[in-house]
Design a protein. Sequence first.
Length: 411
Amino acid sequence: MPMTRIAILHPTDPIGHVPGGIDSFIKGFLKWAPDDLEYTLFGATSDPAQRPVGKTISMTLGERGFDFLPVVPVSQSAARVHIPLTLRYMWGLGRLFRSGAFSPFDILDFHRVEPVLLFRDDTRPKNVTLHTDYAALRGPHSDIMWRHWPWLYEQVEARAFATVDRVFAVSRSAIERYARVYPRFAVRFVYTPTWVDSDTFHPLRDAGERRRLRSQLIGRLNAPAGSRLLVFVGRLERGKNPSMLLEAVRKASAMREELHLIVVGDGSLRPEVEAMSRNPELQGRVSLLGALPAKEIASILQVSDLFVLSSEYEGMPIAVLEALATGVPVVTTDVGEVRALVRNSVTGRISKDKTATALADAICIALDELTLTQGEPCVAAAAPYHPTKVLGQIFANHQRQGRMIDHRAAA
């Protein structure tokens, strides 16, 4: 049986440290792919000198090889530019499409709906994986480009869904909404959770080693000995609401003086976060580390006390699973699929509402409950989300589509 060839179309760099759950999802997808599926990522490059635009590169993640063709350059900081990345990426895809670059592929996989329209007349199987519930477009804190024209996005979405074979979404609310809005296509919508790579994200079992590494990290941060380490990992954009996060830490610090917040990630709101961190009540309590590779993020989580998420909306955040897999309890706003992972007094605490006061209260309560939540309860909550379990249905879908193509060719 010939190898099934799949093109993944999304502006991500599989080696660069561009922050975002979609980027992590695709990296893991490539790493854990079965041997009978051959993937090529049409992505973006955060290092044009090493990974030039337009040049196909053979790469490896884990033990799995794949090809990578950068379509556009992208900033490692994920900073916003005058022409949105999605538009620049689609322009590049259009040029490749006209040159015949996609002709060798059997299946096309997308992680946004807009590029699907370039292939609307293409009869090959097409799939879309969506990483948030786009109902958030109409919310006041949306950082999605389409928030200015939600009605236009919905038209684009409807046209894209009419041409695809499957739509996977990491949010149950999205699947339920799509089935209501597009009943004609209801069988195309499939819920899939996100996953965590336990090869990278796992707890330190040696208590002495954990104390030693924790002391080293506190020293590097110039934080007082005995600090309670809170960690945030994600894009510094409106949807993550980093300003509420810092305000919550400021309020919590009035009750717990030993708090120190570690912010991992970058984005257009970094200047605002930096300015807030200079507040006298936060001075010396916040460390902005920028975007980091997964192994460095794991090493920080392994010696920290709490992971804190302040998002206004989410799908199923990979960062929450990564924290739990390292044994770190999670304090979070009530968004997306977090209730499937975070249980009060078991694996952390869900804030009563999306306010700094409620989030601060949740942080303080969660710190008092660390003897109940830290370690094994968190690891156990993340265990069902190993990529070989979670991604199996997407791989199986590609294999099914490959068999359909072979059957048609034989006929």
